[in-house]
Write a protein of this length. Structure first.
Length: 190
């Protein structure tokens, strides 16, 4: 698999042309989106930070895997970012516009922190996505930071959320399952 950075855009108006199928990567600030991207790519393609909410632009990465190409869209995290309310409102407006109007998004990957599986903010994002989900789109929930759970906690999480995938960015576990699920959803390959 090859992944290369294409562009950062502050809004849908500056986004790249929608020529390829896209996957939108969403998650609250501090869920480990940049670390997820780096582990997924098996290389450093996204900047990581100790400060949640550093991603403030829509970042586009082109992925080539087994002669198939798609765009991975890294969106700003929602929630904890320490920015002014006016900036948060502006982000929200652009993200809403982007997610609802970007016709070539076929998959939303919603990253959730395995240590906090029942956060209201994640439930709200899930309901929000389902409110405009088209028949040609799917949502894939992926729990991050599973390495921070005890085996009993992990088993309980798997039981409660059987249709989700689970990854460890640090130990690079679970990413083959994510890639296989992407291939299944986008190209019908099992």
């Amino acid at each position: 698999m090859k992944i290369k950075f294409i562009k950062s855009a502050p809004s849908i108006k500056e986004a790249i042309e929608p020529n390829l199928t896209e996957i939108a990567l969403l998650g609250r600030s501090n869920v480990g989106k940049s670390s997820f991207l780096n582990a997924f790519a098996n290389q450093k393609i996204a900047k990581t930070s100790q400060t949640p909410g550093k991603t403030r632009l829509i970042n586009f990465f082109e992925v080539e895997d087994n002669n198939k190409r798609y765009i991975l869209v890294d969106l700003p995290g929602f929630g904890y970012a320490k920015v002014s309310k006016s900036i948060k409102k502006e982000w929200g407006k652009h993200l809403d516009e982007f997610l609802k109007n970007r016709f070539n998004i076929k998959l939303f990957i919603h990253l959730r922190d395995a240590r906090h599986p029942n956060l209201e903010i994640d439930k709200n994002v899930d309901e929000y996505l389902k409110s405009f989900l088209r028949s040609d789109q799917q949502i894939l929930t992926v729990f991050t930071k599973i390495d921070k759970l005890k085996q009993s906690e992990l088993a309980a999480l798997k039981k409660k959320y059987p249709d989700t995938l689970m990854v460890s960015n640090i130990k690079k576990r679970g990413f083959d399952s994510v890639k296989n699920k992407i291939n299944e959803i986008l190209w019908g390959e099992k």
